[in-house]
Write a protein that binds this ligand. Sequence first.
Ligand SMILES: *Cc1c(COP(=O)(O)O)cnc(C)c1O
Length: 428
Amino acid sequence: MSYKRSSELFQEAKKYIPGGVNSPVRAFNSVGGTPIFMKSAAGAYLMDEDNNKYIDYINSWGPQILGHAFQPVVDAVIERTKLGTSFGTPTEIETEIAQLIVSMVPGIDQIRMVNSGTEACMSAIRLARGFTGKDKIIKFSGCYHGHSDSFLIAAGSGAVTFGAPNSPGVTQGTAKDTLLANFNDIAHVSQIIAEHEGEIAAIIIEPVAGNMGCIPPMEGFLKALREVTAKHGILLIFDEVMTGFRLAPGGAQELFGITADIVCFGKIIGGGLPVGAFAARNEIMNHLAPLGAVYQAGTLSGNPLAMSAGLAMLTALNNDTEVYDRINNKTAYLHQKLEKVLRESGHDFTINRKGSMISLHFCEDEVLDFESAKAGDNPKFKAFFHGMLERGIYLAPSAYETWFICDALSYEDLDQTVKMVKETLDSI
Ligand SMILES: *Cc1c(COP(=O)(O)O)cnc(C)c1O
């Protein structure tokens, strides 16, 4: 494959955009090489600027669950655009989408729209702090909740649970209010709560972790988390930016039968346009401005174009009762075939899967938390990534990402992918 035009575009981009990209993981830093510039996409396929075609396992990092350029979303956005793109006033479509989401998602009465998953999580913890009158939050090592200061906290070693900022610019003052727990380790959570009795506003978690590869919660973990938070007056925040509308119409809450206090959304909720949201029952949402004192705002929040895309996407998901079975079955099929070729190849591997989220770690032991995820063989992943790319399979350019299966992928695409996995594994 030739990547000539992508390389030229990247050289040009680097002059005007830091690192040539508007979000770091796109830069291929962790796998090496030059990022591929995409020109267009349809269904399960991406087309790059050199006219190379790829089977896509990123799906814009999740939103394109029904495939790229999904017709109802495209049509909705085009029609809406003709009416004007933004007014800075309330519009009817905001209530329409809010009503639909409240009907799909368990345990919520009201929802506030924002423009990204980062904003959703940032606002959710402000609301939790305002509601409880407490300052500290617990997050889990390896979980990603966007790039706001409170969440950019590296894992402390051993018993050290006070976070240290993992980006310059995050102050110690902010970092000290973020406590770190190990994913899937309820004893660790209980210990942190005991050490900070009465100080903790909320625990935030990706109910199925998707930002250290895919790591499902162990049996009983989320239930135990629900119980311990309820017992101590701590709010439980489910960051469903990735899992929302993917694992079920009502997300992980529905799948696991557990109701969180605040739920965050992003990705699928905007159908490929920039949307995030956070939601809760009235008792909590009443604290938000203009009803309550917790301030939160946005010039383009609830933007009619973005709402029209989101509404078309969520309507399609809500009306097609079989879509989740279809994508889950495709993912299970891929899992089974991958397992076979990987076993035959002799490489150490672990595959984790939940619903239409699946990931491959090049390590022998179970991957249950950030520590075990880090045990993966990164040089091998790099070689694997590039081998797959050359063979027309577009995976996320990092060993810590989940692959997303979309409804547009055919079983032929999956077979082709597995064939390329085999070729790639034989070559590395
Ligand atoms: C992607 C993601 C975010 C951040 O969303 P952005 O729209 O990129 O700001 C937050 N939480 C989780 C779980 C995510 O996967």
